[in-house]
Design a protein. Structure first.
Length: 96
């Protein structure tokens, strides 16, 4: 099983998850305070998008890490791979 080895990527992912956690707490507060269902649903949608975004980011980071390690790429190929995976992350972000 693979693990995210890059500290920057791990920190980015944790920050995204903490942001989603804060949004979830806000939704809990909204439910407790009896806010309108449409407002709660809107916030739930935002949390789902945040989690989807974190998942895509984690997947792309994993792919970058594993491809670099397994293919033993030269520095110029690494730059091309990073650019391609950044584009893929952008494209996957538009699917949601």
């Amino acid at each position: 099983m693979a693990y995210l080895q890059d500290e920057t990527n791990r920190t980015d992912l944790l920050n995204r998850l903490k942001r989603a956690e804060g949004q979830l707490r806000g939704i809990q507060r909204m439910v407790e305070e009896g806010e309108p269902c449409l407002d709660i649903a809107s916030q739930m949608s935002a949390v789902r998008k945040a989690l989807d975004s974190a998942y895509v980011r984690m997947t792309v980071c994993f792919m970058q890490q594993e491809l670099k390690e397994r293919l033993h790429l030269q520095p110029d190929a690494v730059q091309q791979l990073d650019a391609m995976l950044d584009d893929m992350q952008t494209l996957l972000g538009k699917v949601r």
